[in-house]
Write a protein that binds this ligand. Structure first.
Ligand SMILES: Cc1cc2nc3c(=O)[nH]c(=O)nc-3n(C[C@H](O)[C@H](O)[C@H](O)COP(=O)(O)OP(=O)(O)OC[C@H]3O[C@@H](n4cnc5c(N)ncnc54)[C@H](O)[C@@H]3O)c2cc1C
Length: 376
């Protein structure tokens, strides 16, 4: 069995920053990602990031990813790409299918003194009549096709969901040469930032709020060829007679993300329930879960954005390195306090305050669970 001091699962902003901090403090770190390119979601983000200048706003996500990768390499982080962590087992054993670069990949077990899980999030689905028809996909999948693989998912796209992902991906699909036939949103108003919505509206995309997709109609080859949308009342019930048909060969669903937590469930970590994110793992202010020596960071802890993922990753990396003796308790605490202050600043404003509250609730639930309450 291979031995490593720290294994980080996921090389997105959270995993890379955790690896950079821990390796910078002197720990031997292995960071594993199933993609052939590290950077997680950042490598799909060709737009300039929003946020504060301290967090590289105005820089394209893809460039932030490259900078972090260079830093990780400088600090001596060992990277296994095209490798999937398929299980975490008692005794801090990490099961990895190593190197899937077109080959079957060998199964390897790595014993880690500390594990940091930064596995990101996966897309929510919305079920309607015909939701498994070829041509229906997640907005993130459509984004990967255009920005990473340079393939158009279709000719005319209906986007379901007007959060920032739905808005940004709609715009990027248009930049790639697709036509966005409609943006459909169940809520009475747009969910994402007005600045992104305005760009879509200026480009002439019809926006249907208080609407949803009722069904998709396939052509003779079985692919999407028409999308039927329907109006919704205040109780989100369909209003009969408001159906409208839109010609489209692709439906992209941008209906939110949920934390990727299966590996933590395997380890029997304690979870709590959040109304939007679903089951989320409990953690303390060191980002350590209910399993000693197992830390989490980023979207896995509850979906936010790259900057908060980055900061949480830093805390997890510092905590793991300090637990191995690479940083004194005082030094680790001082650095983590600074990062918690930056996180609080990032979580201000109408969107941020809700996330701040949710994250505080998770911390409180962790504390209560130590007293035998709240964990599910
Ligand atoms: C369309 C869109 C626009 C966005 N725009 C912004 C923006 O402007 N500003 C901003 O701050 N944020 C933005 N974000 C959000 C941001 O990209 C994410 O919040 C951030 O990437 C989360 O980081 P993470 O490291 O937690 O997860 P991810 O970036 O998702 O990284 C997780 C990594 O873990 C890997 N992984 C998962 N499971 C395994 C496994 N079992 N084995 C090996 N590897 C595994 C994945 O391959 C992935 O690389 C945007 C997101 C989207 C989708």
């Amino acid at each position: 069995m291979l031995e490593r001091e720290i294994v980080v699962v996921g090389a997105g902003p959270a995993g890379l920053s955790a690896a950079i901090e821990a390796a910078g403090a002197g720990a031997r770190v292995l960071c594993i990602d199933l993609n052939m390119r590290p950077g997680g979601q950042l490598f799909k983000q060709i737009h300039k990031f929003f946020g504060s200048s301290a967090h590289r706003s105005g820089t394209r996500g893809i460039d932030i990813g490259r900078m972090m990768l260079d830093e990780a390499e400088d600090k001596g982080v060992e990277l296994w790409l095209g490798s999937t962590v398929i299980g975490l087992f008692p005794g801090n054993k990490v099961g990895v299918r190593h190197g899937q670069d077109g080959t079957a990949g060998a199964f390897v077990t790595v014993h880690a003194q500390k594990i940091i899980v930064a596995a990101g999030a996966s897309e929510n689905v919305v079920r309607f009549d015909g939701w498994t028809t070829p041509g229906v996909m997640g907005a993130g999948a459509a984004q990967t096709m255009v920005n990473v693989n340079h393939v158009k998912p279709g000719r005319r796209v209906v986007m379901l969901g007007s959060g920032n992902v739905g808005l940004i991906v709609s715009y990027q699909l248009m930049q790639a040469g697709c036509e966005v036939a409609a943006l459909v949103e169940a809520a009475p108003k747009i969910g994402g930032y007005a600045v992104h919505a305005a760009k879509i509206a200026r480009a002439g995309v019809p926006i249907y709020t208080s609407h949803t997709i009722k069904r998709v109609v396939p052509d003779e080859s079985g692919r999407v060829c028409r999308v039927v949308i329907v109006g919704l009342d205040d109780a989100f019930q369909e209003i009969p007679g408001t159906e409208r048909e839109i010609e489209a060969d692709t439906v992209a669903i941008g209906a939110g993300l949920k934390p990727t937590t299966e590996l933590l469930a395997l380890l029997k970590c304690d979870f709590t329930f959040h109304p939007v994110w679903g089951r989320v793992p409990l953690h303390n202010r060191d980002m350590e879960t209910s399993q000693e020596g197992v830390y989490i960071a980023g979207d896995t802890t509850g979906v936010e954005e790259a900057n908060t993922a980055l900061e949480e990753g830093r805390i997890a990396g510092i905590s793991a390195a300090a637990a191995l003796g690479y940083l004194s308790e005082d030094e680790a605490k001082a650095r983590k306090d600074e990062i918690w202050a930056r996180l609080a600043a990032l979580r201000m404003g109408p969107f941020g305050e809700k996330r701040e509250q949710a994250k505080q609730d998770i911390l409180s639930a962790f504390d209560e669970s130590r007293g035998g309450l709240a964990a599910v």
